[in-house]
Design a binder for this molecule. Structure first.
Ligand SMILES: [Zn+2]
Length: 341
């Protein structure tokens, strides 16, 4: 057995000894799903488990994030091992929190177990001593771009500048020393595999939109009102007219929800709020589609004599994985799913 292979065997044996403990972490996270920048319980869980492993760490990085450095015995690159803390708002999901409706439908609970499991293997003294380079463990908040009004409020209060956890980690310098980063995500198609490795994801921007009209009694004097809901409906229809202009290889996706549709059924809706996403395979593609979307949003307001406020929220660049990391995929993967929605 080569030196590297015997060190790998030592790390794997340490992980196997803590198998149930690691799976239990992922399952505990599954049982307390929390939306982004609200992952206080999950953050506490990570901190507690790192403490059990004797790993010093920083808490409250970008509100709920946790970071720890493991120093290798030799010089080399710094590799970040990431785990995402947040869940999605999906009240119908089988593991949804009955109060908040949050559920780990994206399987981020597994990532928390996996990140701590990786730490277990790396903390074997012989392994850490032989390591060429350092490891940054990062439990990161708010991967999902949801709950936008809550985050805009945090931004207004100066607690955030960007609306996702990795963006905030970059802003705060947590990635400054990092040469490469790795993370394992559960598979979106559970019947094919438990985990997805490699692959790409689209770039995106978020849209937070307010259509502003004028309230009036919808029965007796609708002619005095300006209907913000009709403005939004015209705008969304106009967005749909653009779909034939999107080219298949660009993988454009435009989607969203109305988060506030009016005040009362018998009042002309004076304010309607829409949250949406514009995605595409590259930044220029997103830029082009977002320009069309903005034009359509304004057209809806114009048609009804309403006004519209459009906030464009910086999302993510497209994600491409290095083959080097992709090809070193783990062969041991079992028992930590559970999200898979
Ligand atoms: Zn995810």
């Amino acid at each position: 057995m080569t030196a590297a292979a015997s060190l790998k065997a030592l790390a794997q044996a340490a992980i196997d000894r803590r198998r149930d403990w690691i799976i239990d972490i992922a399952e505990q996270a599954l049982r307390s799903p929390e939306l982004g920048f609200r992952e206080f319980e999950t953050s506490r869980l990570v901190s507690e488990k790192l403490t059990e492993l004797g790993i010093e760490h920083s808490r409250n990085v970008a509100i709920t994030g946790v970071t720890a450095s493991l120093r290798g015995g030799n010089n080399g690159p710094t590799v970040a091992v990431l785990g995402e803390l947040d869940a999605l708002p999906l009240p119908g999901h089988r593991s949804a929190d009955p109060m908040s409706g949050a559920a780990h439908a994206c399987g981020h609970n597994s990532q928390i177990g996996i990140m701590i499991g990786a730490a277990v293997g790396l903390m074997v003294p012989e392994v850490l001593r032989a390591l060429c380079g350092d490891i940054e463990l990062m439990a990161i908040p708010a991967e999902e771009f949801v709950d936008v009004e809550y985050r805009l409020d945090l931004q207004k209060k100066g607690k955030l500048r960007f609306l996702s956890g990795k963006q905030e980690f970059i802003r705060l310098g947590a990635f400054d020393r990092v040469d490469m980063a790795m993370m394992v995500h559960t598979s979106a198609t559970a019947e094919d595999a438990k985990f997805s490795l490699g692959g790409t994801t689209n770039a995106h921007v978020g849209k937070y939109v307010r259509f502003l009209g004028k309230s009036a009694h919808a029965g007796s004097s609708p002619h005095r009102g300006v209907n913000a809901l009709q403005a939004a409906l015209v705008a969304l229809h106009a967005v749909n007219t653009q779909r034939e202009t999107f080219q298949d290889p660009d993988i454009v996706r435009v989607h969203g929800i109305i988060t506030h549709g009016g005040e009362a059924a018998n009042a002309t809706p004076a304010e309607v709020r829409y949250e949406g996403r514009v995605r595409g395979r590259a930044i220029d593609v997103v830029d082009d589609a977002a320009t069309k979307v903005d034009r359509c949003l304004r057209a809806g307001a114009l048609a009804l004599g309403a006004s519209v406020e459009i906030v464009t929220i910086p999302g993510y660049f497209p994600l491409f994985n290095l083959c080097l990391i992709k090809n070193s995929q783990p062969t041991r993967r079992r028992g930590m799913g559970g999200g898979g929605g």
